[in-house]
Design a protein around this ligand. Structure first.
Ligand SMILES: [Zn+2]
Length: 462
């Protein structure tokens, strides 16, 4: 069954839903727009730490050679260090201290409060590897410190799930190093049969909201999870759990999933290409996505539809409205509706701050009245579907905060809410063989899991 379901979730009024659990239904309504992207968004969040640490492995370890303030003689202290060689690792007699940043804290204040050497703070803050971390602290950040009567010996702070900063006092000063914190991915299978909602069935199956949202995000292009769900619909999923040092951290990506909805079966399987980009395809290699999101902003309502003869609210003349206006609070992120290239960014008369993207198939999209642009969406930059390109505002001819969104095919304006959206590209030809080879065993595993579940059901029925 192919319908342009989820991106249109917002076209349905939440009040009209017959979903028994209203808050859930509304939750679905509210997340509807985000869903098609959610899978991707979560993936990029998970990916980000991995990417962030890449430079670290290549980067040289920076060593401060700023002499005087931290000469070994001065900092070592006779009792602790033998003159040569210098002991670098923290010793048990050092005091340890955990600093947790709260709102309004500065490291400077915290160093003062705990009688730590401020000169050391200045020195380590100037280390290339450490400076960014130490300048941009935020509530919740944790710094584990060892010191010797206020003289800093070491400092450790997690930067992300997979990386951390470590500072050590060395013979010649301080060294700062970005270190990897390895994570382990464990596979888990999940299965649920829907009675009332996807959420409830998955919760019963012991799965977190995150996994459920990911499943919904992947199938959102084909299944409307508010309106299309039928009692008896079922799903099978294989997903990752992220573990670190033997502890469960969080649920990770979906590896493969099957969703049986009202008699039709949808399957999706993950593929990560050489650039690290994750996407989901059918077992045959077709994309499960469309090339465009229907509405590129999380909006509160549609304030003006595509209308060739509309009275302009400010100009008070009949003027074609060649886009859709999505009302949303100022600052709401505006997403690129499809992969493309920024061909315009700037002030464009009545449009105010606007961005125009060029996509494949001679399609362009325009986003107007932005309060500000996203830094990365510069002219010439490539953007991904779902990437934030700017923020809702009311620059140009606009009476209230909203996104004015246009979709043109070969220069002709089409109604963004009804135009038939092209499917996203299938698996690239160069990956096809690898895709089939790597996904076959995963699909087999999913089938095996499915048959054990079906067998259990059959047994229980007797
Ligand atoms: Zn408009």
């Amino acid at each position: 069954m192919h319908r342009q379901a989820s991106p249109l979730l917002h076209d349905y009024k939440p009040a009209s839903t017959t979903e028994p659990n209203k808050s859930r239904a509304f939750k679905w309504f509210a997340v509807g727009l985000g869903l098609p992207l959610l899978g991707l968004a979560l993936i990029s969040t998970l990916d980000a730490p991995n990417k962030a640490i890449e430079p670290a492995s290549d980067a040289p370890v920076m060593t401060a050679i700023e002499g005087e303030a931290i000469s070994p003689v001065e900092t070592a202290g006779d009792a602790v260090f033998s003159p040569t060689p210098l002991v670098l690792a923290p010793e048990p007699e050092f005091e340890s201290l955990t600093l947790t940043i709260r709102s309004g804290d500065t490291l400077d204040q915290l160093f003062r409060k705990h009688n730590l050497d401020l000169g050391h703070l200045t020195t380590i803050a100037s280390l290339e590897e450490a400076s960014q971390r130490l300048r941009k602290i935020k509530p919740g950040d944790v710094f584990e410190i060892t010191h010797d009567n206020g003289k800093l010996v070491s400092m450790y702070s997690a930067l992300s799930l997979t990386s951390a900063l470590r500072i050590n006092r060395e013979e010649t000063g301080f060294s700062a190093q970005l270190i990897e914190r390895p994570i382990e991915k464990r596979k888990r299978n999940g299965h649920g049969v829907i009675q009332t909602s996807l959420f409830e069935s998955a919760a019963e199956a012991g799965m977190s909201d995150k996994v459920i949202m990911n499943i919904a995000g992947i199938f959102a292009w084909d299944v409307d999870f508010v309106l299309d769900i039928r009692s008896g619909d079922s799903f099978y999923v294989q997903y990752e759990e992220i573990w670190q040092d033997g502890e469960f951290i969080t649920d990770g990506e979906i590896v493969a999933a099957e969703f049986n909805n009202d008699g039709s079966t949808h399957r999706a399987i993950r593929f990560v290409d050489d650039s690290g980009r994750t996407d989901y395809f059918t077992p045959g290699g077709h994309s499960v996505r469309k090339a465009f999101i229907r509405a590129p902003v999380d909006f509160t309502r549609i304030s003006s539809n595509f209308n060739p003869r509309r009275r302009h609210p400010i100009l008070n003349t009949i003027r074609a409205h060649r886009g859709v206006d999505y009302a949303a609070p100022r600052g709401t992120p505006i997403k690129a509706s499809g992969d493309g290239k920024v061909i315009f960014r700037g002030v464009k008369s009545g449009y105010g701050n606007a961005v125009i993207l060029q996509h494949g198939g001679n399609i362009t999209t325009l986003y107007a009245h932005m309060s500000k642009f996203a830094a990365k969406a510069r002219v010439g930059a490539r953007v991904r579907q779902g990437q934030t390109i700017g923020y809702v505002g009311k620059t140009g001819l606009a009476t209230a905060n909203h996104l004015h969104y246009e979709y043109r095919v070969s220069g002709v304006h089409r109604n963004p809410r009804t135009v038939e959206l092209p499917k996203a590209d299938p698996i690239a030809e160069k990956y096809r063989e690898r895709f089939l080879a790597t996904t076959a065993p995963i699909l087999e595993e999913l089938e095996r899991f499915k048959s054990t579940k079906l067998a259990t059901v059959a047994f229980a029925d007797q």
